[in-house]
Design a protein around this ligand. Structure first.
Ligand SMILES: [Zn+2]
Ligand SMILES: [Zn+2]
Length: 260
């Protein structure tokens, strides 16, 4: 259970989730799960009775009097999971909200060739920094995932129970620290034309792959579609143009966060 959000974020990319939709579903799930465990933890504390699980399939009821250590353990686990869920929910909520975008004063067709070339020039070093950051974070998360798996396996087979709690706690802290770090060190990816963020996961009126205004951003359930390059962006897509003003910024493109 503990590894679920970890695996999810490894698969999905931990930065801006590819749509707000994904972030909102995730927040709802985390809040629901956190709420349920909070309820369980409180009822353990009040009744003095807890369900202590020794493995996935064996659960026993323990009371505060009969086995205080196991009771504390089960209750602390419930509190810990509650905290983890709510903290992650807050993180995803902030990522999903993306920030309001600025008004687009001019679109691509209204700029001169020189201005467009200038934008590409300004954008190039930003793109390089961003790619480097993406690669570095990817490697970092892969290493952390591998360590977490090995430690979890060792903990389950070789460590005494008291140590397992500490190991789990440390892994969760490490995981949160890592999200925090990758969040803080994320370089800016901003359109030099309209100053809007390109990696927020939000779509504007232009296709991020070809810059064409023949673009349907899609609603809550439909995927965004472009009739010019006829690409559906339900999985990954490359950011080549600004989705808000349509200015072509990078010929090779930068993978959107959903796909790496
Ligand atoms: Zn723009
Ligand atoms: Zn297109």
């Amino acid at each position: 259970m503990l590894s679920l959000p970890l695996l999810f974020s490894l698969r999905r990319g931990w930065r801006a989730p590819h749509t707000r939709r994904f972030a909102s579903f995730w927040v709802i799930f985390l809040v629901a799960s956190g709420g349920l465990t909070a309820y369980r933890a409180i009822s353990y504390e009040i009744t003095g009775k807890a369900i202590y699980s020794t493995s996935r399939f064996s659960h026993e009821e323990v009371t505060r009097q009969s086995s205080p250590t196991n009771f504390r353990r089960a209750t602390n686990m419930a509190w810990g999971w509650t905290g983890f869920c709510f903290l992650s929910a807050v993180i995803y909520m902030r990522k999903g909200s993306g920030g309001a975008h600025k008004n687009v004063v001019k679109v691509a067709s209204e700029y001169s060739e020189e201005e467009l070339a200038r934008f590409r020039e300004v954008f190039a070093p930003q793109a390089t920094r961003y790619r480097r950051y993406a690669r570095r974070s990817h490697v970092l998360f892969a290493i952390f995932g591998a360590i977490a798996l090995i430690v979890a396996y060792l903990a389950a087979t070789h460590f005494p129970n008291a140590l397992v709690d500490w190991v789990c706690g440390l892994l969760v802290l490490g995981y949160l620290a890592m999200i925090g770090y990758s969040w803080r060190s994320q370089p800016l990816l901003e359109c030099p034309g309209c100053q809007n963020r390109l990696d927020s996961g939000a779509f504007g009126r232009h296709c991020p792959q070809c810059g064409s205004p023949q673009f349907v951003p899609g609603g809550w359930l439909g995927s965004p579609k472009c009739t010019v390059c006829s690409e559906t962006m339900h999985r990954g897509y490359k950011i080549r143009a600004c989705t808000h003003c349509g200015v072509m910024l990078h010929e090779r493109g930068i993978w959107s966060s959903s796909s790496f």
